[in-house]
Design a protein around this ligand. Structure first.
Ligand code: KG4
Ligand code: ZN
Length: 337
């Protein structure tokens, strides 16, 4: 079965053709990132305009690189939530129009479920597994009981891990996105130069909090400025990255121990982080469980992951009609459309 995936939830306009949820025939991404860099973050209005301009060409290119026409496609999967509403609407409306005109099934896909599905690509991975989903807007620990059945075990109470990295990077004067810059710069720094507190979160033992950690970095920078002291940014970046990764994996280890999970999966933009990838491997080796992390090209936003999850949602009968809407927020476990 061939699924055409369409993704436009943030600043990437993407389309892909995937066979049976696992084999990628094409994966096209156009991004407006360079324009957003000027402003230090994604400007929603610019992102939606660029989506509207690019989507038609990106979808045509995905079909052409997959060596197929729209007639060969069995279903059209599209990210409908969560994300920037103006951006999501471009993909959703394009997919609705295409599905209606070609009489194909329309499959709404939750963006974070898509990130999880990036682990099915070129892999034999099957649920059940424990998954750490870490992106620019979300940080969750979930139990993936089946391809479309997800239970939330823990989540952030405030900033997402990626958001904290981006904001800390910005305060350090690094290029957007801060997560990518911090990863790069950390390689030249001493991660034990600064020590940051691990936040205590009341309530669920699996919940995260990153805003305190982010404020601690900003305070360190301000204190140094006021005293006219030089700060080694590479050391600060490495120490902050270590604190974020340690916090993420502390709760993951607790969840693995308490649920008896046999497989750990990591997904979302932050899964590209080299420190997180390395430490997760050490943790899984220590616990004697398997680890799956997407190939780097499938860590960030892409449409192959949407087509992959779309395949499994389609098999479950989760299809929509022309009344499909886009939603800026949507829980990962109880989806509706
Ligand atoms: O999943 P994603 O591409 O978009 C959202 O759905 O949010 O995630 C973007 C986030 C950004 O916060 C970015 O800084 C972070 O992923 N990111 C990284 C790395 N690559 C991307 N964070 C740390 N290290 C990286 N190598
Ligand atoms: Zn994403």
């Amino acid at each position: 079965m061939l699924v055409l995936g369409i993704e436009s939830s943030c600043d990437e306009t993407a389309a892909a053709v995937v066979e049976n949820g696992r084999r990628v025939l094409s994966n096209i991404i156009a991004t407006s990132l360079e324009e957003h860099k000027l402003y230090g973050g994604v400007v929603p209005e610019i992102a939606s305009r660029r989506h509207a301009e690019s989507i038609s060409g990106v979808v045509s290119e995905a079909l052409s690189q997959a060596n197929c026409s729209i007639d060969d496609i069995d279903a059209i999967a599209v990210t409908y939530a969560p994300g920037l509403i103006g951006s999501l609407l471009v993909g959703v409306n394009f997919a609705k129009g295409l599905a209606l005109a070609t009489d194909k099934s329309l499959v709404p896909v939750h963006h974070l479920r898509g990130h999880i599905a990036s682990n099915y690509i070129d892999s034999a991975l099957e649920p059940e597994f424990l998954c750490l989903v870490v992106s620019g807007g979300h940080s969750h620990i979930v139990l993936v009981k089946d391809y479309t059945e997800i239970e939330v075990i823990g989540k952030t109470r405030d900033d997402a891990a990626g958001e904290a990295l981006d904001k800390a990077g910005r305060a350090m004067g690094l290029a957007y996105p801060g997560g990518v810059s911090i990863d790069k710069l950390s390689k030249e720094g001493n991660e034990n130069a600064f020590s940051f507190p691990h936040p205590k979160v009341s309530g669920s033992i699996y919940d995260y909090s990153f805003s305190g950690l982010k404020t601690a970095v900003i305070n360190t920078l301000h204190n140094a400025q006021q005293k006219n002291e030089e700060i080694n940014t590479a050391d600060l970046a490495a120490s902050f990255q270590k604190a974020v990764v340690d916090c993420l994996l502390e709760k993951v280890e607790l969840a693995i121990t308490n649920t008896g999970a046999k497989q750990l999966v990591i997904a979302g933009g932050v899964s590209a982080n080299s420190k997180l990838r390395g430490e997760a491997k050490k943790l899984c080796d220590k616990l004697g469980i398997s680890l799956s992390i997407p190939e780097l090209k499938y860590c960030g936003d892409n449409a192959a992951m949407i087509a992959s999850q779309g395949y499994f949602e389609y098999l479950k009968g989760n299809t929509a009609n022309e009344s499909l809407n886009a939603y800026a927020t949507m829980p990962i476990d109880k989806i509706f459309f």
